[in-house]
Design a protein around this ligand. Sequence first.
Ligand code: GRF
Length: 212
Amino acid sequence: MKSLVILISGRGSNMQALLEAEFRIDRITVISNNPQAEGLILARKYGVKTMALDHRSFPDREAFDTALAKKIDACQPKLIALAGFMRILSNRFVQHYQGRLMNIHPSLLPAFPGLKTHARVLQEGIRIHGCTVHFVTLQLDHGPIVIQAAIPVLPNETEKSLAARVLQQEHRIYPQAVRWFMEDRIRLIGNHAEIIDSSSSETVLYSPGLPK
Ligand code: GRF
C-alpha cells in the first residue's frame, strides 16, 4: 500500500496541489503542528484524514518530534512531504526519514535558504527567482534537489506579486516531484537526485520566462 503523509502549519495551498494531483496513492494523511491551520479544514473537504499535534503542548523539540514520528509511522508512509511545515526538525527526526522526507522551498536553492526569501531577492536586485523541491537533510533547506522552477523578477515587482508567481510554480513542481517518488523514479546518488526514465515532456527545470 502506498501512503503519503503531508505535514503543514498554515494555509495549505501546496498540500491542496498535492491533493488535487492524480497519483496512485492509497492513503493520504495530513498532520499539522497548528490545530488552527486553515489547511486542516481544506484537507477535510477533500475527505482526507487529518491530525493536529500542537507543538506548544510538548516540553521541547525532541519530545514533539518523537510524538510526531509516532503518528507518522503509524501511517506507514512511503513519503513524508513537508508543505509549509514551519518547524525546524531535530536531527533524529530527519535521520529517521532520510531519503523519504521532501520539502518545497520558495527560492532557487542553495540560494536563499531560510525565511523571507522574496523580500531578500528583491533587496539583492536579483533577476531570477523560483522554488525548489528537495530532500531534507541535516542542513536546513539543503539536500538533493529534485526539481526547480525559475521565474524572472519583473520591473516594479513587489514581495506580494513575486510570492504569488513563485507559488503558482510551487503548485506545479511539487506534485511532479511526489509523482516521481511514488513511481520509484528518483535515484539518490550522494547529494544528487536523478530522475529515472524521464520522458521528453518531463523536466527538472520549469522556466516560464517573461510574461507576454
Ligand atoms: C510555501 O511558500 C512553501 O514553499 C513554504 O511555505 C509556504 C507554504 O505555503 N515552505 P502553503 O501553506 O503551501 O500555502
